[in-house]
Design a protein around this ligand. Structure first.
Ligand code: ZN
Length: 325
């Protein structure tokens, strides 16, 4: 028992299972093809029936990472296929809201697979409220980590539905810190400044960050097939060679896509916060912060150029700005 009876009531529903949410469509080739196109995946196991027949699967299978896509509601919120549950698997979030924890941020998501799914299978998932953590104080505010697990199944005619994989989804449900009011008392303790996260540097991407220090935007290049790739990896995505080097980008590119973050406002970023997927002149794409665009000015295809920005005097990041800004 905690000293919060309302929290005990919430924790009492941990383990609760919610009913089936069906996929709108059976596993099908057009969705696989479109998903692969968007993701830049050309593996013939997913796309070429003649090739797939020569594999251990004997037929086309869907990319495992597509699992969640089959059971999404579509363009409109809560538009689930007939037969799906009308229970709300997210009721726990509403309960926290009733106690002042109104904000939410997704923390992490893990997808795991039991087997490949193939054309014609009908999928559904059920949801389990897996865990509600103890109260935590974070940079965002005070709140609770909530973990939901969606277990995906393939419906079988004999009723023995087969488990095919699961998605673990953790969110932080929190009450944001109050904005500090300006202090007039010089003795008041300083509010600690939240800094930008430092990059995770590994053997695979060290060259990239050394380049940033030297004010170069380096793109990984395969020495065997000369293909370029970003983000950097341990092997070439095209020929699997581990003989990798890099070229230095011209820093010119265009906006392939973008999103503007408005909420939640997470320090230390400024809002609205435009984030772009820039297609470099060299042909690879890079997720990056954007600057120099006035409100409403962001457009797919806009010409952008590289700029190096320094933060807190100790972190340099490559970003892109509107040409001429
Ligand atoms: Zn290669």
């Amino acid at each position: 028992m905690s000293d919060k009876p309302w929290l005990d009531k919430i924790k009492a529903i941990v383990g609760q299972q919610y009913g089936k949410v069906y996929a709108w469509d059976h596993v099908n080739q057009p969705m696989i093809r479109q998903w692969c196109e968007v993701m830049g995946i050309t593996n013939p196991l997913y796309l070429d029936e003649a090739y797939a027949k020569t594999t251990e699967f004997g037929q086309i299978v869907a990319p495992p990472a597509m699992l969640q896509a089959w059971c999404l509601e579509g363009l409109h919120m809560n538009n689930y296929p007939p037969g799906s549950t009308d229970e709300n698997p997210y009721e726990v979030l509403k309960r926290f809201e009733a106690h002042g924890f109104e904000s939410v941020v997704a923390v992490n998501s893990d997808l795991s697979f039991a087997r490949y799914v193939h054309l014609g299978e009908k999928l559904y998932y059920t949801t389990i409220l897996n865990d509600v953590g103890d109260e935590k104080v974070t940079a965002l505010g005070t709140g609770y980590f909530v973990t939901l697990v969606m277990r995906f199944y393939s419906e079988q005619a004999n009723g023995a539905d087969e488990y095919v994989g699961q998605l673990t989804f953790r969110v932080f449900k929190f009450a944001p810190h109050q904005k500090p009011t300006p202090q007039t008392d010089d003795a008041a303790p300083a509010v600690p400044k939240i800094l930008r996260s430092k990059p995770g540097i590994s053997q695979d991407n060290a060259f990239f960050w050394e380049g940033v220090k030297a004010r170069e935007l380096r793109i990984q290049q395969c020495q065997s097939c000369e293909a370029l790739q970003h983000p950097p990896g341990p092997v070439c995505q095209h020929c699997q060679s581990d003989e990798l080097s890099y070229i230095v980008s011209s820093g010119k590119g265009s906006l392939y896509s973008f999103v503007v973050m408005h909420y939640p406002e997470v320090p230390p970023f400024e809002y609205p916060n435009p984030i772009g997927l820039v297609e470099l002149a060299e042909g690879v794409r890079m997720v990056t912060g954007l600057e120099g665009f006035a409100k409403g000015e962001l457009a797919i295809g806009s010409e952008v150029e590289l700029v190096f920005n320094e933060f807190e005097g100790e972190l340099t990041l490559p970003m892109f700005r509107k040409v001429g800004a």
